[in-house]
Ligand binder design. Sequence first.
Ligand code: SAM
Length: 210
Amino acid sequence: MTLSRDEALGRVYHARTRDDLREGYDGWASDYDADMDRRGYKLPGLVTTLVARHVALGDGPILDAGAGTGLLGEWLQLAGYRDLTAIDLSQGMLDIARTREVYDHLVCAAIGDSLDHADGHFRVVASAGAFGVHHAPASGLEELVRITQPGGHLVITVRGIGMEDGGFPQEIKRLEDTGRWRKLEEHGPFFAFRNEADSLYMAWVFEKTA
Ligand SMILES: C[S@@+](CC[C@H](N)C(=O)[O-])C[C@H]1O[C@@H](n2cnc3c(N)ncnc32)[C@H](O)[C@@H]1O
């Protein structure tokens, strides 16, 4: 089922349940890239820049968490990074991501649930546009920290609207206070879409400490 742009946006930004969200993205997948291009979407470029500031090219798997159609994976691959894994809730989005041929592994799974990867599996976890209220939850951050290697990096964005209600600042601080990660950079709030004035986001770079 393909949704109109307005139906898709309404569905994904106001999803009440995970199934709503998944169906919204499944229905939007074929038009997503063109719509994001039209909106002037900046997060994959920003997240790639932040990864490149902290992470050398080289060995070790990189996770794109909430990869969608693979816009971030394409940027990372262009910048020279390899061994990319995509995780996303929506198989429809992952089907498009597969056609980019930049990921070694594509996994349909929900951030917020237990993930199958071993402790410390990834040297980098990067995520563009996936976290926020009605999207990937703050409770999913700890599991991403678990699967990052000590000394590895997490580059995360969170949508501004509802950030406090979604518990993001609180969870970020808890993970700092309990010594799970150390904040290296914080950016925002900034506009993530060139052509929209109401889409504030924050971005962080963390180092996993233990
Ligand atoms: C705005 S899109 C961003 C996709 C891609 N990272 C990009 O920058 O174009 C948000 C993506 O996060 C995924 N997502 C939302 N909640 C999720 C969750 N709990 N677990 C996994 N993926 C999730 C959606 O399915 C969607 O593909």
